[in-house]
Design a binder for this molecule. Structure first.
Ligand SMILES: [Zn+2]
Length: 112
């Protein structure tokens, strides 16, 4: 019996961009810029420009201190989620209207 435990993934190499870091952050088919950092604002956030194949996007990470009070921390999480929705609507307004984005295929329910 022949068993295959891992699919073989092959990617076509893509050239570096004019903005990518051209170092270990780049892969065969993914190119990443140096992080853009926003700090001294009570937390810290990093934005990275990424090209994966022929698709470009912004990767956003943030470290935001949470309050020690659980109720306040939950409000902070809720506020962060709502602001992320607003951010996505402002930065990528067309994506929300693309066909097929109204359902979460994996769990079969409408997107929040
Ligand atoms: Zn690159």
């Amino acid at each position: 019996m022949k068993t295959r435990t891992m699919a073989r993934i092959q990617r076509t190499e893509t050239p570096h961009t004019t903005w990518c870091a051209r170092d270990h952050r780049c892969g065969v088919a993914e190119h990443r810029s140096a992080d853009l950092t926003a700090d001294e604002i009570g937390g810290r956030a990093w934005l990275t420009r990424v090209r994966a194949g022929d698709v470009e996007y912004i990767e956003i990470r943030a470290r935001i201190p949470l309050h020690s009070n659980e109720n306040v921390a939950r409000r902070q999480l809720s506020t962060a989620l709502n602001l992320m929705r607003e951010l996505l609507a402002l930065v990528a307004p067309g994506l929300a209207r693309l066909p097929g984005r109204d359902q979460r295929r994996a769990i079969g329910r409408p997107a929040a």
